[in-house]
Design a protein. Structure first.
Length: 127
C-alpha cells in the first residue's frame, strides 16, 4: 500500500513539473546559443511559480541568454492558455487515476465577523 502511495506522489510531482530550484539550474545552463525551444520549455514550466520566484527565474534567463524580460513575459502570456498547466484539469485527472473515493478533501469555511455598533450608551456606561 505504501508503495502505491509513493508511486502516486511521484506521478503527481512529475505532472507538476520542475520546481524553482530545478528551473533555476536549467536557466543557469542556458547561454546565448541556446535553442528557443529550451527557453520556451523553462518559461512554460514557470507558470506554476509564485511571482517573485518567476521574476528571479526570468532575470537569470535574461542574464545567461540576453533575452529581454519583455520578450520572456510575452512568451509567458502566449502560453497562459496552454492546456497542459490547467490546475483543475490536473486535479480531475489525478482524481480519476487514483479513484475519487481515495481522495481526501477538507471543506472550506468562510467565517464572517459581525461587528455591531451601538450609538446609545449601554446600561453599564450609565452610572
Amino acid at each position: 500500500m505504501i508503495d502505491d502511495v509513493d508511486a502516486l506522489i511521484k506521478e503527481a510531482q512529475a505532472l507538476k513539473g520542475r520546481g524553482h530550484v530545478e528551473l533555476m539550474a536549467a536557466a543557469r545552463a542556458l547561454d546565448g546559443d541556446s535553442a528557443p525551444d529550451e527557453v520556451d520549455a523553462i518559461v512554460l514550466e514557470a507558470v506554476t511559480l509564485k511571482p517573485t520566484a518567476k521574476r528571479q527565474l526570468f532575470n537569470t534567463i535574461k542574464k545567461h541568454t540576453g533575452i529581454p524580460l519583455g520578450t520572456l513575459k510575452e512568451a509567458e502570456q502566449s502560453m497562459e492558455g496552454h492546456e497542459e498547466y490547467d490546475d483543475l484539469s490536473h486535479a480531475r485527472a489525478l482524481a480519476d487515476d487514483i479513484g475519487r473515493d481515495n481522495v481526501l478533501a477538507a471543506s472550506t469555511f468562510v467565517w464572517r465577523w459581525i461587528c455591531l455598533l451601538y450609538t446609545s450608551p449601554s446600561p453599564r456606561d450609565r452610572g
